[in-house]
Design a protein around this ligand. Structure first.
Ligand SMILES: [Cu+2]
Length: 474
């Protein structure tokens, strides 16, 4: 008697081909092209050349993967492969990604689209892709060993499903995850609504990016994959400030920003000058009654958030993770706090032995923003970026939202620095500075047992909310 296994073997058809037949014969007819990207700069939105219409997203320091329409099916071809990614000018990393970059290209489809994704494995080990957040047949969910066999080195697998739910999603491997995600394998996925959706607004600008993190020793190129917490590069789409492009919008634009977190910690993402609402998660659009105004939203590990606001304040607004260590580039964590320590004597002695010795942080760390310390090759300064008024003293997960009246609709180019209208910028006080009252009080403090000083010291205390001078003290 012939067993099922013998039948397949005897038929001379590879197991993969039989499995794919259940998906579609067309799928195997010819592999679609796999476009590749060699730049880390933000590419303009990809207007859909066919299929249902939608307003395309802009991937920060990324791009959207073109597709081929094949008998009504949108066919994409992702190639998992080693890539070289510029993290910021002056530093390149040897990562793993898709189609030339890390993260891989954004995939944009429309609710109701039939989607077929060819995934070719050019890595040195097996992989899979999990389509995070999607409703799909269990065998398409991409967990290696659970839903499918891992894709062996050199092989191509086919995933096929209906994009059932509009929203903000991502994709990443579910095979040797610790290594493959630490190496930069991930990508964004947007399913646009079919027609008008009661909970999804039409917006003028729609940006997306992933939060990721790397541990790359200064002077080296490859991430340390065993790191769990102590990363030294906090990145948006595998870019660190000042390598992250600015988000350039027109005054009064309605702006959506979609963010997904594939790091090992949460990131409170903060926008200056505007309030926003969280209008969606990876579970879909949020009900209107659950929305409230925020200026910071915490994005936990594995979560996606989409925020929306009216860009009605002109200017260059900081947009960053609010964890202050996440807006810095590599630094030594073993550095003791030196604020308030007078190094002068010891520095004299050390420089007689080590002429290049440099004191760090005795007045704070702001010096680091303007320091031209020799760095090892292929590393970034800790705090960097120069604005119109000097060093910005930031790194990592930081960029700028630029709101301009003269930005043309659909123009994503950088308008340069904002020029504040006269009289609208913080300025230096030019009047006389009084001696602080407390200082006088201390110097006038009586010696133990001495008589009280005759002179009264007046202290004016302004209480918040009272609106006048709240009281007097000595
Ligand atoms: Cu953060």
């Amino acid at each position: 008697m012939t067993s099922r296994r013998d039948f397949f073997r005897g038929a001379g058809i590879a197991g993969a081909a039989v499995a794919a037949t259940a998906v579609s014969r067309v799928a195997l007819a010819a592999l679609p092209e796999a476009p590749s990207m060699d730049k880390a700069t933000t590419q303009p939105p990809l207007a859909p050349p066919n299929g249902r219409p939608y307003n395309a997203v802009v991937t920060l320091n990324g791009w959207t993967l073109p597709w081929r329409m094949n008998n009504g099916v949108k066919e994409f071809h992702l190639v998992a492969e080693p890539v070289i990614r510029e993290i910021a000018p002056g530093m390149k990393a040897h990562l793993w990604g898709y189609n030339g970059q890390s993260p891989g290209p954004t995939i944009e489809v429309v609710e109701g689209d039939r989607v077929r994704l060819f995934v070719t494995n050019r890595l040195p080990e097996h992989t899979t892709i999990h389509w995070h957040g999607q409703r799909l047949p269990n065998g398409m969910d991409g967990v290696g060993g659970l839903n499918q066999k891992q894709i062996p080195v050199g092989k191509t697998f086919v995933y096929e499903f209906l994009a059932r739910r509009p929203g903000t999603f991502m994709y990443h491997p579910h095979a040797d995850e610790m290594t493959q995600m630490a190496m930069g394998m991930m990508g964004f996925w947007v399913t646009h609504p079919k027609g008008k959706h009661p909970l999804i607004e039409t917006v003028d600008r729609d940006f997306c990016f992933l939060l990721n993190a790397y541990d790359i020793d200064p002077g080296s190129y490859t991430p340390k994959i065993n790191t769990m917490l102590d990363f030294n590069l906090w990145t948006w789409n595998s870019r660190a400030f000042p390598g992250i492009d600015t988000l350039n919008v027109r005054h009064k634009d309605r702006v959506r920003i979609r963010i997904g977190n594939l790091t090992m910690t949460n990131h409170p993402i903060h926008v200056h000058g505007h309030e926003f609402e969280v209008t969606g998660t990876d579970g879909g659009p949020t009900p209107k009654g659950s929305r409230w105004m925020e200026v910071t939203t915490d994005i936990a590990v594995g979560q996606m958030r989409q925020i929306e606001f009216l860009a009605d304040e002109e200017g260059d607004w900081a947009f960053h993770c609010h964890k202050s260590h996440h807006t810095m580039n590599p630094m030594g964590h073993g550095v003791p706090t030196m604020i308030g320590v007078d190094h002068r004597e010891v520095v004299k002695q050390i420089t007689s032995l080590i002429p290049d010795y440099m004191v760090m942080g005795e007045r704070g760390m702001a010096d680091m923003g303007e320091m031209e310390m020799p760095l090892p090759d292929n590393t970034l300064p800790m705090m960097t970026g120069t604005g119109p008024y000097g060093p910005i003293e930031m790194g990592g997960m930081f960029t700028t939202l630029k709101v301009r009246r003269d930005q043309k609709p659909g123009d994503y180019s950088d308008p340069g620095w904002y020029k504040q209208p006269p009289g609208t910028q913080a300025f230096e006080w030019a009047g006389a500075l009084k001696e602080p009252a407390r200082f006088q009080a201390e110097t006038a403090a009586p010696a133990p047992g001495a008589a009280k000083p005759a002179r009264e010291v007046e202290l004016k205390v302004r209480k918040p909310g009272v609106g006048g001078h709240g009281g007097h003290g000595r």
